[in-house]
Design a protein around this ligand. Structure first.
Ligand code: G3P
Length: 231
């Protein structure tokens, strides 16, 4: 069960990577555009920081670009291609050569089947965008998971387009091996109102108890009312 962050914002990634809970990063052209940075600089900084798995999407001249990225980034590189005839052709060629490929923009089990046939390491069903179009995204994850299970397929399901914390646990429950999420959702996973409330009570009780246990009790002061420490 792995957690990826879905962003190209390097400072935010590094902050969360320090927790030891992040297994990889997914980017796409929209996230790179939002970062305002050269994608190669983003990938290089993440590689230097030790991020073990970075999805890098190729758009033009896909095979050439993918091989260039694989040559520079080696083990940390996962090539991201769309589920199109050209994308899956590149997927097959790279997978045969031992490069991890993430087939993105997956919206049904049929696309996941073709991706698995093309040797994909990951398929990325877009849960939020399915929900936006009145199709239950989690059901699509479930159907891919069932097909892969019955057919003993090794391709992993990387649930993407996650818009709320609830979907994270449901995606794993429905068979996702990995969930990639915006940093805000990752931060939200720590939170529960009862955790905050419970902490408030524990903190107050701890402070009260510290006062009575560690502070000198009234009989430890002099008859003049001076604290023993003042002698
Ligand atoms: O990983 C895909 C993701 O970035 C898409 O998310 O919210 O734009 O549908 P969203």
């Amino acid at each position: 069960m792995k957690i990826f962050l879905d962003t190209a914002d390097v400072p935010t990634i590094l902050k969360h990577f320090e927790t030891g809970l992040i297994d990889g990063i997914t980017t796409n052209p929209s996230l790179i555009k939002k970062s305002g940075r050269d994608p190669l600089d983003v990938y290089r900084e993440l590689m230097i920081a030790g991020v073990p798995d970075i999805s890098m999407e190729v758009v033009e001249d896909m095979e050439f670009e993918a091989r260039r990225l694989a040559a520079e980034f080696g083990e940390v590189c996962t090539i991201k291609v769309p589920c199109t005839p050209e994308g899956l052709k590149v997927c097959k060629q790279l997978s045969d050569d031992g490069v991890r490929v993430n087939v993105t923009l997956i919206f049904n089990a049929a696309q996941a089947i073709l991706s698995a046939k093309a040797g994909a390491t990951y398929v990325s069903p877009f849960i939020g965008r399915l929900d936006d179009n009145s199709v239950a995204g989690l059901e699509v994850v479930r159907s891919i998971s069932e097909v892969y299970r019955v057919q003993n397929v090794k391709t992993q399901i990387l649930a993407a387009s996650i818009r709320d914390v609830y979907k994270v646990s449901r995606a794993y429950w429905n068979g996702a091996h990995i969930v990639t999420m915006p940093p805000k959702i990752f931060e939200g996973m720590y939170k529960h109102i009862l955790t905050d409330k419970g902490l408030e009570i524990f903190d107050k009780d701890y402070q009260d108890s510290k006062k009575s246990v560690f502070n000198p009790p009234p009989f430890a002061t002099t008859k003049h009312g001076k604290d023993l420490d003042s002698f």
